[in-house]
Write a protein that binds this ligand. Structure first.
Ligand code: NAD
Length: 254
């Protein structure tokens, strides 16, 4: 078991990639703190983990709200005395060319996708620094590296997360904390389903178009990204620091 006894906090893990990662990490021996805004999905993820013999707790918190995140981290450290792995996964999509995006929509995407990495990191880091140990995984996207149509606000946030990852790594390397970024391509999750339904007249045609730009010829699955996250969380990646890990079916280099 690659994460035996580890305490892992995964934001936005009631659905999609976060949930899949929570299930995989639990199988690898970790105790999972499932965080999400959606209580029903969060509790469902915990139920699935515990019914297959794993350990998990749900904490409702909004990653854009400082008090809520601080309280969540205090609760976890109070109960388990540490956090070994933080996966900053929660994120939302933003659609449209820049001139079409309303200021409130811009602010929400920036807030969830960037502040939502800053706040959990801010409150978890002092505990990792004290123990001189920890792995932080930040969810970026292949869109940080390639231009895709009508994704201006979303692309801006994922590029920022990649830059933030490198900067964090420099600051926290002296504390033996590793900070790496995940850059998935198009992964079939509720997030992508919603994007397809709201952005295209013919979502099935859009899926076929997306497939053509992936060398793999297909969309990825949440489990594909979960396996990459497992590598970053575990000591197997101990020589990876401040790096982007692509899990994109060949979109970036194709
Ligand atoms: P998803 O919608 O299935 O899951 C995201 C979860 O985050 C949801 O459960 C949602 O409730 C939660 N969430 C949203 N705002 C939150 C907040 N303020 N506080 C706490 N939780 C919140 O999406 P997914 O596809 O699994 O995406 C997960 C991450 O992966 C996101 O950061 C996304 O940008 C990134 N990503 C996804 C893809 C893809 O193709 N699916 C590709 C690259 C990157």
């Amino acid at each position: 078991m690659r994460l035996q006894g580890k305490i892992v906090l995964i934001t936005g893990s009631g659905s999609g990639i976060g949930k899949s990662t929570a299930l995989l990490f639990a199988k690898e021996g970790a105790t999972i703190i499932v965080n999400d805004l959606d209580e029903k999905n969060g509790n469902q993820a915990v139920g699935e983990i515990t019914s297959s013999g794993g350990e998990a707790t749900f904490i409702h918190a909004d990653v854009t709200d400082a008090d809520s995140v601080k309280e969540m981290v205090q609760q976890v450290v109070g109960k388990y005395s540490r956090i070994d792995v933080l996966f900053n996964n929660a994120g939302i999509s933003g659609i449209g060319e820049l001139h079409e995006i309303e200021p409130d929509d811009w602010d929400r995407v920036i807030s969830v996708n960037i502040k939502g990495v800053y706040l959990p990191s801010k409150y978890v880091l002092p505990h990792m620094m004290e123990r001189k140990n920890g792995s932080i995984i930040n969810m970026s996207s292949c869109i940080a590296e390639i231009g895709l149509a009508r994704r201006a606000s979303y692309a801006a946030t994922k590029g920022a997360v990649l830059a933030l990852t490198k900067s964090m790594q420099v600051d926290y390397a002296p504390y033996k904390i590793r900070v790496n970024a995940l850059l998935p391509g198009t992964i079939f999750t509720p997030f992508v389903e919603k994007y397809l339904q709201t952005s295209y007249d013919n979502p099935e045609e859009a899926v076929e178009h997306i497939k053509t730009r992936q060398l793999s010829g297909d969309l990825g699955k949440p489990e594909d990204v979960a396996k990459a996250a497992l590598f970053l969380a575990s000591d197997e990646s101990k020589f990876m620091m401040g790096s982007p890990l692509y899990m994109d079916g060949g979109v970036v280099f194709g």
